[in-house]
Design a protein around this ligand. Structure first.
Ligand code: ZN
Length: 382
């Protein structure tokens, strides 16, 4: 009881002090952009899987009491329940973002009643001749990214079925783990070969020097299955993946921005959730700071480009995580967890850039889809 009260208090304090700080910020280019009714050309959606208020708060204290998120003047809250369950999983959560429809846990952008496919935001964007991209720190076939380009009734054991659907998705940039599901498949197909034939560049490594000038389609699968953590810890099976998320976010933007019709980019900090499931606070914080660096890349691009909307949110909270004690400088934080699973608490939405104002208020997670559609000039709510 004490833990959940602390959690609530911390949440409220952080939520309101964040709003106050940003309301007092000087009016700048961004402020006028945010109020603009005209539609942004590009949307970057960043999802911190399992990133509740306490995950954000812990990252903030560790980062010297600041985060890139504080640049956002528009803040909202979403309700995260799935169609059947109070506590959502990542597939029902991402289906809501990607299609505007609720389904039950475990389903990848399909109806729970009869497995009818729900059309996804990526499919709409492709139809509207936008470039699209997906950048994650899980396998690219994992629940959150999969819901944006694939349809399947079960999220587990679906890797090969989902990677197969990617080939014809039209998605221009794909960066994440799961090379095995493309290359060493039961059906003997080599999907990387098929992607090469479709014009994708498939590099062996991605460095800051990687030249994207001549590249319009890019698939970089940087680990055979699930990628390692940002910061390696004793006993981990996979090596550290390093700062691939911020780098990949930059490279994806560099490729996608060449499309004169604009682009949609999904970036997921996938492993904040895994830190929560492990009840491992250091894991959560390291992944949160990795995500923070990626948010910076997106916000800086919005500043520079002037026609970009950036939305940062999460599918759900993981771990019932709370900060109970600690040092003011964030060097040591005593935390508690109330579950090894997800929790039901509402999740913040931060928006920045052109058309951001539409994301304030309290609403359902499905509204993220409709608000993004509206931003791109397709109002499906009417
Ligand atoms: Zn999870």
């Amino acid at each position: 009881m004490k833990q959940s009260l602390t959690f609530l208090l911390v949440s409220l304090v952080v939520f309101f002090s964040c709003k106050e700080n940003t309301l007092g910020a000087p009016e700048d280019l961004n402020e006028s952009q945010e109020n603009s009714n005209s539609t942004p050309k590009n949307i970057i959606l960043l999802i911190g899987d399992g990133m509740g208020i306490s995950q954000i708060t812990a990252g903030m204290y560790r980062n010297g009491n600041k985060l890139e998120l504080e640049r956002c003047n528009t803040i909202g809250l979403i309700k995260t329940n799935s169609k059947k369950e109070l506590i959502t999983d990542s597939s029902a959560g991402a289906t809501a973002f990607a299609t505007g429809k609720k389904t039950r846990n475990g389903m990848i952008s399909q109806a729970m009643e009869d497995s009818t496919n729900y059309k996804t935001f990526v499919e709409y964007a492709e139809e509207n001749k936008k470039a699209t991209g997906i950048v994650v720190t899980s396998t690219v076939t994992h629940a959150t990214p999969a819901c944006f380009y694939a349809h399947y009734p079960r999220r587990y054991d679906a890797n090969e079925a989902i990677s197969e659907q990617f080939v014809n998705s039209g998605v221009d940039v794909l960066i994440g783990g799961g090379k095995k599901y493309f290359e060493t498949r039961k059906d003997g197909r080599n999907l990387l070969q098929e992607l090469t034939e479709k014009g994708y560049t498939i590099p062996d490594t991605l460095t800051s020097n990687f030249d994207t000038k001549e590249i319009f389609k890019l698939a970089y699968l940087y680990s055979p299955t699930q990628p390692g953590k940002r910061v390696f810890s004793e006993g981990d099976e996979a090596p550290s993946r390093g700062p691939i998320l911020p780098l990949a976010t930059q490279k994806a933007i560099d490729v996608l921005k060449k499309d004169t019709n604009g682009f949609f980019l999904l970036v997921e900090g996938s492993q904040i959730d895994w830190g929560g499931h492990n009840n491992d606070s250091e894991y959560i914080i390291n992944e949160m700071l990795d995500f923070n660096e990626s948010i910076k890349i997106a916000l800086d691009y919005a500043d520079q480009n002037g026609e970009t909307l950036v939305i940062i949110t999460a599918d759900h909270e993981t771990g019932g995580y709370a900060i109970i004690e600690g040092e003011l400088d964030g060097s040591s934080l005593t935390v508690g967890f109330s579950t090894k699973h997800h929790s039901a608490s509402m999740i913040p939405v931060f928006a920045y850039g052109k058309g951001a104002k539409n994301f304030s208020g309290i609403y359902d997670n499905t509204q993220i889809f409709y608000k993004m559609m509206e931003a791109f000039g397709n109002d499906l709510t009417k």
